[in-house]
Write a protein that binds this ligand. Structure first.
Ligand SMILES: NC(=O)c1ccc[n+]([C@@H]2O[C@H](COP(=O)([O-])OP(=O)(O)OC[C@H]3O[C@@H](n4cnc5c(N)ncnc54)[C@H](O)[C@@H]3O)[C@@H](O)[C@H]2O)c1
Length: 427
């Protein structure tokens, strides 16, 4: 039985449940917030060892670590795991600076002989409609893929105390300093997986829309969406929005080829629309095909309830399959693709700050490229070790929340609430 440790028990608990269902043992957890530990202990095995310090946690006898700590602090911990030969399942940004992108790859290669499998825990590709799009793309009826789109749109309810307490629970939390391009794996990951293409150049623009004073808004970023355009290694083009916040929640994807195109329909559950040019309709199909995909393995009760339409379960399974078969995970969940996505997030934001100036995406497999970026530590975030932002997180660099925005935020943080254990409605 594979022994797993979980670092960070907010999101980490979701994956702990998936791994337990997949016959793994959760042997240790590391979390320094007592209320979060107590809630998790209701679900975790009674003999799980609880640590509040990573240095002690990593000494525990285990095979793999789920990195579900702060979004921008995964790299140093991943490298500590490589050093000990532990497998790493990293939620979701692989590295938060260009220098960290280089460090992660160098660390991975330095300890390669110790056998760590690294997986970027990007879960949206394995949502049911995306699995169907993959099946259709691989079937070849769309022809050569020319263009794809991905949108992760997640507006938040204003003045929602429960959401603020769950996700933005202190002033310098990463969510309050997150540029719109950084959380892009949920939009880019699926289309890289669907098409096999890797972006080589990016340009981006953001929409700035500051909140009014009657909203609890601790974020130092008032951009609501950043749209990114990419030219890929196979000549195709991607258009994505990172983590955006405009009216009506959706995760939507579209892949277009020379003969046809497929997309999931916004606001229509798991339905997909598969369309062909009239002269390319394959035998047995219609020109326009609207349907809900069916996969037998998605119908299992646990899988249906697992987060993100079963995406979490299949992502966890993908990691375990790679470990069982002693290989790195499939594209684009391997460490090199994970770093490529991080590089795009970082350079797309620089493009936003420079009025859409295009940036080439360096191939950090190449040591000469690594040398160019190894000392680039620019970051929009506050770090646990006291480092402070060195680049603005917003397209309007001087933006900061008003005193009233912050006053209301602090008031709602202190509001007494019964925090729901089922958090799925918040994501
Ligand atoms: N794939 C998805 O659908 C999805 C959904 C939610 C979150 N996430 C990812 O999960 C990660 C965590 O996000 P979150 O929503 O849980 O919020 P979060 O970042 O606020 O939670 C991180 C948790 O780690 C703990 N932690 C951080 N550093 C620690 C340390 N040194 N010692 C002990 N405990 C420490 C914190 O106390 C906190 O409970 C992020 O990378 C986020 O992007 C992914």
């Amino acid at each position: 039985m594979l022994k797993i440790g979980v670092f960070g028990l907010n999101r980490g608990l979701d994956y702990a449940k998936d791994f337990m269902h997949l016959d793994c043992e959760i042997v240790a957890v590391c979390e320094n917030r007592e209320n979060v530990v107590n809630a998790a202990l209701k679900v975790l095995p009674t003999d799980v060892k609880v640590y509040n310090n990573f240095d002690e946690f990593i000494e525990h006898d285990m095979d793999a670590v789920v990195l579900a700590n702060f979004f921008h602090e995964h790299t140093p911990y991943a490298i500590r795991c490589f050093e000990k030969g532990l497998h790493v399942f990293s939620e979701c940004m692989a590295a938060s600076t260009m220098a960290e992108c280089v460090e992660l790859l160098r660390g991975f290669e330095k300890y390669k002989d110790r056998g760590s499998i690294y997986m970027l825990a990007e879960n949206y590709p394995k949502m049911k409609f995306n699995r169907e799009m993959k099946r259709v793309v691989e079937g070849g009826t769309l022809g050569k893929i020319l263009y794809a789109e991905g949108e992760y749109n997640h507006p938040g309810r204003p003045n929602y105390a429960e959401g603020l307490q769950e996700y933005t629970y202190f002033d310098k939390h990463w969510r309050s300093y997150l540029p719109r391009t950084y959380y892009l794996t949920h939009s880019l990951g699926p289309i890289m997986w669907l098409t096999g293409a890797t972006p080589k150049r990016v340009s981006a623009f953001a929409t700035f829309n500051p909140p009014s004073d009657d909203v609890a808004a601790p974020s130092h970023n008032a951009d609501k969406v950043a749209s990114m355009l990419m030219q890929n290694d196979d000549g195709s083009v991607f258009r994505i929005v990172g983590c955006s916040a405009f009216g009506a929640r959706h995760d939507s994807y579209r892949v277009c080829g020379t003969k046809g195109q497929i997309e999931n329909l916004r606001g229509m559950g798991e339905q997909v629309m598969l369309r062909y040019s009239p002269w390319y309709v394959p035998e047995g199909m219609k020109e326009n095909n609207l349907y809900t995909p069916y996969f037998e393995d998605s119908e299992n009760d646990f899988v249906r309830k697992s987060g993100h339409g079963g995406g979490d379960y299949f992502t966890a399974k993908c990691f375990l399959d790679a470990i069982k078969e002693n290989r790195q995970p499939e594209f684009p969940f391997d460490v090199y693709s994970g770093v490529t996505m991080a590089v795009i997030s970082i350079l797309a934001h620089r493009s936003v700050l420079e009025n859409g100036a295009p940036y080439d995406i360096p191939d950090l497999k190449n040591e000469d490229e690594r040398k160019k970026w190894e000392n680039d530590n620019l970051s929009p975030f506050h770090y646990s070790d006291g480092r402070t932002p060195t680049i603005p997180c917003c397209s309007h660099p001087d933006y900061k929340p008003s005193e009233k925005n912050m006053e209301l935020y602090h008031k709602l943080l202190l509001e007494e609430l019964e925090i729901a254990t089922d958090k799925s409605h918040l994501r």
